[in-house]
Design a protein around this ligand. Structure first.
Ligand code: NAP
Length: 283
C-alpha cells in the first residue's frame, strides 16, 4: 500500500505561514490583493478562479476580478493589463491561459509587470527560474509539486527524477525546480521513445501530460514516488482523474498523489503565498 500524498495537509501548512504574513502586512496598513484576469468563461478557468477566491478570502487576501469577453481585442486586453500594472492596490495578477487563439498570448504575458507576476508567466520570471538567479515567482502548479514533496519529507538531492511533459506551465518549470534541488532530471514528451523504461528507472516521477489514466502498472516500480499533476475528465460521467491509473499503480509504488485532492489542492495555497510575498510580506 502506497503512502497517499494528499494535498490538504501541505496546503494547510502553507496557509499557516501565509496567514501570519498577511496579519503582519495588515498591521502595516497593507491589504494584499490579487487581480484575476479572465478572458471568456472556460469551465476549468472558472473552477480554478472559484478555488483561488475561496483560498484568498480565507487568508484575508482581497481579490479583484476582471472578466473580459472571449472575443476581446488585443488592444483592450493590453489596456486592462496596463491598468492592473498601474493599480498600486493590486500586488499580484493571475491571468488565465491559454488565451483564445486570436490573441497574442506571448505579448500579453510580457506586458505584465514582473513584480506582480505571481504565476510566473513573464519572460523575466522564466529567466530567473531558468538561470537559477533567484527572485521572481515560479508557476504555481510547478511549485506546488515541490511543496508537496517537501511537506512529506521526500528528499530530492541526488535523486533520479523523470518529468513527463515539457509545457511552459508545468513540465519545464518543475524540471528546473527539481534541478535546483540537485535532482538528476529527465524530461519526457510525446516523442520520447520507451517511456515506461525511463519512468521505471526513476526515484520520483512527475506526470503532467494531460492524458487520462494513461500511465499504468508497466510504468512503475516498487518504492517510487509519483506526483500526478494531470487533471482530466474521463468517461460518460466525466470523472475527474489524473494521468496515472491510480487503482493499478497505487499497490505498486511507495507513494502517490491522488487526483483530485493532490497537487491541485496545493496550487491555490502557493498562489496565495505568492500574493503575500508580492505585497512585501514574505521572502
Ligand atoms: P500541455 O501543454 O498539453 O502539455 C502536455 C505535455 O505532455 C507536452 O509536453 C506533451 O508533449 C506531453 N505529452 C503528451 N502526450 C504524451 C505522451 N503520450 N507521452 C509523453 N508525453 C506526452 O499540458 P499542461 O498545461 O502542461 O498540463 C498537463 C496536465 O496538468 C493537464 O492534465 C492539465 O489539466 C493539468 N494541470 C493541472 C494543474 C494543477 O493544479 N494540478 C494546473 C494546470 C494544469 P509535446 O511537448 O511533445 O507535445
Amino acid at each position: 500500500m502506497a503512502l497517499i500524498l494528499k494535498g490538504a495537509p501541505a496546503a494547510a501548512a502553507l496557509d499557516n505561514e501565509t496567514l501570519k504574513a498577511v496579519h503582519l502586512l495588515k498591521i502595516r496598513g497593507i491589504t494584499p490583493t490579487l487581480g484575476i484576469l479572465r478572458v471568456g468563461d472556460r469551465p476549468d478557468d472558472m473552477a480554478y478562479e472559484a478555488a483561488a477566491v475561496r483560498r484568498c478570502e480565507k487568508l484575508g487576501i482581497e481579490t479583484k476580478l476582471v472578466s473580459l469577453p472571449a472575443d476581446v481585442k488585443q488592444g483592450a486586453l493590453m489596456a486592462q493589463i496596463a491598468r492592473l500594472n498601474s493599480n498600486e492596490r493590486i500586488h499580484g495578477v493571475l491571468m488565465f491561459r491559454p488565451l483564445p487563439s486570436h490573441l497574442d498570448e506571448r505579448a500579453a504575458c510580457a506586458a505584465l509587470m514582473p513584480c506582480k507576476d505571481v504565476d510566473g508567466i513573464t519572460p523575466e520570471s522564466a529567466s530567473m527560474l531558468y538561470t537559477g538567479s533567484g527572485g521572481g515567482f515560479a508557476p504555481c502548479t510547478a511549485e506546488a509539486v515541490i511543496a508537496l514533496l517537501e511537506h512529506y519529507g521526500i528528499g530530492l538531492d541526488g535523486k533520479n527524477a523523470v518529468v513527463v511533459g515539457r509545457s511552459l506551465v508545468i513540465g519545464r518549470p518543475v524540471s528546473m525546480l527539481l534541478l535546483a534541488r540537485n535532482a538528476t532530471v529527465t524530461v519526457c514528451h510525446s516523442r520520447t521513445r520507451g517511456l515506461p523504461e525511463l519512468t521505471r528507472r526513476a526515484d520520483i516521477v512527475v506526470t503532467a501530460l494531460g492524458k487520462a489514466e494513461s500511465l499504468t502498472a508497466d510504468c512503475f516500480m516498487p518504492g517510487q514516488i509519483v506526483i500526478d499533476v494531470g487533471i482530466n475528465y474521463s468517461g460518460e460521467k466525466q470523472r475527474l482523474v489524473g494521468d496515472v491509473h491510480f487503482e493499478a499503480v497505487e499497490p505498486i509504488v511507495g507513494a502517490v498523489s491522488p487526483v483530485p485532492a493532490g497537487v491541485g489542492a496545493v496550487t491555490t495555497a502557493i498562489l496565495a503565498k505568492h500574493v503575500a510575498a508580492a505585497a512585501g510580506g514574505m521572502t
